[in-house]
Design a protein around this ligand. Sequence first.
Ligand code: CP
Length: 308
Amino acid sequence: MRHFLSVNQLRVEEIYSILETAEDYRNKPVNLNKQLFAANLFFEPSTRTKMSFIVAQRKLGLEILDFHSESSSVLKGESLYDTARTFESIGSNLLIVRHHSDSWFEELDDRISIPVINAGAGKEEHPTQCMLDLLTIYQEFGTIEGLKVVIVGDIKHSRVARSNAFALRKLGADVHLCAAPGFEDDELDFPYISIDEAVEICDVVILLRIQHERHLHKAETSDYLQLYGLTKERERKMKNQAIILHPAPINRGVEIDTDLVECGRSRIFKQMENGVFVRMAIMMTVLNEWGIINNENNFKACKTLAAN
Ligand code: CP
């Protein structure tokens, strides 16, 4: 029995099955018609991930147990494990967790008897963001294999960089990284290129936010756009069909010129739209794999997962 903690845990065909299931859900309403509870345990701020999980849960007919760590018994010292066990005890069927620890799931893993979905782990993993990024790229090119992709920005502090780099390579993309001095991560075994080379050779440019909240000292960003960001001049040098992604929130005028946020190449708001359907597919997949639901007609993905 598996939780959804990393895209690394999935085989290539499982990844594509979830993407196809997400596309199905865009066009076909699906409702569980069964009382099931999902708890959203966000210990870090979130707009997109939390709200798109809520929309996805409502579309599926799940009952939502909303949780606000700042008004919960976490303030009395309750641990993540005890919080999760509490939700399990009172009848939650599914946990969605975002936490500042890189490895919070080690605290839960074998000790929780309901599925857990990783909605962000420190600077280590953001697998549902990764899946919606994959869907956005797949919609555009009909494949991921052979694409040149660059991930640009604060690589060192980004969970999106890690999840995406490994998943894209697994799917056959040619992955490069691009970072300002101090933002590189030597633990990631991918080639670094300059932003000027990146825009000329890549099909997909994934920009990252400077993660000020994970820095010891606030980074100086007054000349960041000109030196390392996506300016209008650089955008004009991109390949005809190349697209721009960003997980958001965006530091407008820092990693990207504000006029490019909604330009013809930008898929930034498409990514957010895709997040709803991808999260529907992931929740349905794990609920089915755990035997909490059993409706094969609704899933392409579940058949593959169940076969493992
Ligand atoms: N991309 C992303 O994770 O955004 P939020 O922090 O708003 O959820």
